[in-house]
Design a binder for this molecule. Structure first.
Ligand code: GAP
Length: 381
């Protein structure tokens, strides 16, 4: 988003902001889930997550639905009684809107252009779970793309496609991804249209990212409540307008979960199960593992250490000598390490090492001094 394009700027806004930001955005008034409590077992549920009129766990009677605001509150100011309530941000988006004028002036951009941000958001979710799918503290990646009113439909279509293809470019299989448009009664108060990109998680199709046409709702509201005019004046055409906003908003944690689920592979190799994580090489946390075939031969250990030190600095590399070679390979397969490099007895005479590929398990003998150079194009770095 930021480094590969010239029409998007990166931003790192504050987590704690003036509470009026959340009044303007509508979060103080309406960022709430309706919830019910079970009168018997005292468990709490979201109304939209239960099917009948009784507790899904113990069949006990439920209370009337009550509204539960999802924002975490804290106080700014140390004098008791004079502190003011502030909120941990429930989305990164509003930090972009309130910095819109700053970015505009400092970057000299004009619509169409975007501001992207990645960072923690906090929501007091009633029901967390499904591993990291729903957390109270999570990482969001959001883009607010500012366009001229009238151009919004075109840019909306553009970003829905762009974002869908981005997930595919990370190696997620197309059959595990789908687009779902929100029905009119499902749209958030600020949205004209919204598509969710959904992934086939183990618990079923669920949201990975949403792309919304937020219209000029946010900039107008912030202008109104702060008194600062956030409209844009186009010097070339002498037009003044309030930009419309197209917003792709994704969860990093959900993205990582999707990548792990999608990459999990299992196959039979010589009557044994082999499990490996088919991560796109760019996403693999460790790129290369250096493995000595015999850990009690000092010359092999020395050569393997040298190789590890040579690779370190270019790629994240680990050295492991704590098991037999077959076991070491399986360990790296399971965490998705694209390449294992093994130093053996022959290496001491011919100067060559074995490079093994995670997905094909094919092995190649390569001059130890050429390993880094040979991996470079494969690791796309
Ligand atoms: N600014 C728009 C916005 O925040 P959202 O649909 O509420 O929209 C966007 O959140 C994305 O953030 C979701 O698609 C999801 O990936 C992620 N997300 C939202 N709540 C989450 C939670 N409790 N735990 C993990 N990820 C969450």
């Amino acid at each position: 988003m930021v480094y590969d394009r010239s029409d998007i700027e990166g931003l790192d806004a504050a987590i704690l902001m003036n509470p009026n930001v959340w009044k303007a955005s509508g979060h103080v008034g309406s960022f709430a889930d309706l919830m019910v409590d079970c009168k018997e077992c005292k468990k709490r549920f979201r109304v939209d997550k239960i099917e009948g009129k009784v507790c899904p766990e113990c069949k006990g009677a439920l209370t009337e639905p009550r509204s539960f605001n999802l924002m975490f509150k804290t106080q700014v100011g140390s004098v008791e009684g004079q502190a003011i309530d502030v909120y941990l941000r429930p989305e990164t988006a509003q930090g972009i809107f309130v910095n819109f004028a700053n970015v505009l002036v400092s970057s000299r951009k004009k619509p169409p252009f975007g501001v992207a941000q990645i960072g923690k958001s906090f929501r007091n979710e009633i029901t967390t779970g499904n591993f990291t799918f729903r957390c109270r503290e999570f990482e969001q990646m959001e883009l607010e793309f500012f366009v001229k009113p009238g151009d919004d439909e075109k840019w909306y279509e553009y970003w829905v496609n762009e974002r869908f293809n981005w997930w595919i470019s990370l190696g997620i299989r197309k059959e595990n991804l789908r687009l779902r448009e929100h029905a009119k009664d499902e749209l958030a108060h600020y949205a004209k249209r919204c598509h969710d990109i959904e992934f086939m998680f183990p618990m079923g199709w669920s949201e990975l990212e949403g792309i919304a046409n937020r219209t000029d709702y946010d900039l107008k509201k912030h202008s109104e409540i702060s008194g600062a005019d956030l409209s844009f004046f186009d010097e070339a055409t002498k037009e003044r307008y309030m930009p419309y906003v197209i917003e792709p908003s994704g969860g990093v944690d959900r993205g990582v979960l999707a990548v792990l689920v999608d990459g999990y592979r299992s196959e039979q190799v010589k009557d044994k199960e082999r499990v490996y994580l088919a991560l796109d090489y760019r996403l693999a946390p460790i790129k290369v593992a250096v493995l000595p075939l015999l850990k009690n031969r000092p010359e092999i250990v020395e050569m393997a250490h040298k190789l590890r030190d040579d690779i370190r600095g270019s790629y994240r590399v680990v050295y492991d000598d704590t098991a037999a070679i077959g076991r070491l390979y399986r360990r790296q397969d399971e965490i998705g390490t694209p390449f294992c490099v093994t130093v053996d007895v022959d290496s001491l005479t011919d100067g060559k090492v074995t490079v093994r590929n995670r997905d094909t398990m094919q092995q190649e003998r390569v001059e130890a001094s050429r390993v880094k150079e040979m991996l470079a194009p494969k690791l796309c770095m």
